[in-house]
Design a protein around this ligand. Structure first.
Ligand code: COA
Length: 252
């Protein structure tokens, strides 16, 4: 990975905010193992650093993330590796993040580009955003505890439409479903997201942490679901039907 594919920034004008930015626009911010590892390290750093009081995920203009890198999926599928994919390690770090998480989505949010937001406390999106999880089309299954969190947030019908039927959700549909907190103009996504993160960072940290934990509830169920999904996800990743789907994408 180029070190610049994930940018971890501490903007001086936003004290207390750590920004984790997808910065691989030429590949629609598709996420490789190295990028997951960098994000995991950043989240762990945020946990251990009391000067970080909020974390903001951002993408690039018109694109949050096209999800897991398909080439990486294929490499993992062919490798026969028994190790947990870097994505799974990142997802657990996300579920265990101790600081408030916000995200700013402008444009495409596919796969984990969508499910990451289920772990965020507040998501700002532009009206041109599209949320989609084509797991089953790729012969995969929902990940990131989305099979638990999405029905809780959106109800069964919408969660099924998104996670199983692969239906895309416009920004408005995502707002109506409770996946997004606020829709703003594309050019203000970043400023609004950072201002939101800064306002959380300015609040009394101990009270904020307790309040956040109370609102989120136990993490045990989330972690258990991540593991349960992972068993199926890893098996499906190595299936002939998934390999065929990844190869078809790579051949396009
Ligand atoms: N993994 C690897 N590369 C990806 C990618 C992904 N998930 N998504 C996009 N890219 C790459 C494309 O291969 C292309 O690379 P190239 O220019 O070297 O050929 C580049 O990003 C631009 O993508 P392109 O498909 O030309 O843009 P588009 O605007 O026509 O379509 C998407 C964008 C996101 C709709 C389409 O790329 C797509 O469906 N990607 C796969 C999304 C996905 O299924 N992710 C996994 C979910 S679990």
């Amino acid at each position: 990975m180029s070190d610049s594919h994930i940018l971890v920034e501490r903007p001086q004008v936003r004290p207390g905010v750590m920004v984790i930015r997808f910065n691989r626009p030429e590949k629609k911010n598709a996420i490789t193992s190295a990028m997951y590892n960098r994000m995991t390290a950043a989240l762990e750093e945020a946990n251990g650093d009391e000067t970080v009081r909020a974390v903001a995920f951002l993408g690039t203009e018109g694109c949050f993330s096209a999800g897991n890198d398909m080439g990486d999926f294929l490499t993992y599928a062919l490798s026969g590796s028994k190790e947990a994919p870097a994505a799974a390690v990142f997802i657990k770090a996300l579920a265990l993040a101790e600081k408030p998480l916000v995200s700013g989505v402008d444009g495409l949010a596919i796969g984990i580009g969508t499910t990451l937001n289920l772990h965020c406390d507040m998501t700002v999106a532009s009206g041109r955003s599209l949320f989609r999880t084509p797991f089953v089309d790729l012969a995969l299954v929902p990940e990131a505890a989305s099979s638990l969190l999405a029905p809780k947030i959106m109800g069964h019908q919408r969660a099924f439409a998104m996670l199983v039927a692969g239906e895309g959700f416009s920004a408005q549909a995502a707002l109506d479903a409770g996946l997004v907190w606020k829709i703003v103009e594309p050019e203000t996504v970043e400023a609004e997201t950072l201002s939101l993160a800064a306002s959380l960072a300015a609040r009394p940290p101990q009270a904020l942490r307790i309040a956040r934990d109370l609102v989120r509830g136990s993490r045990d169920e989330v972690l258990a679901r991540i593991d349960e999904e992972l068993v199926h996800f890893s098996a499906q990743l190595k299936s002939a039907e998934a390999r065929a789907a990844f190869e078809a994408f790579m051949r396009r």
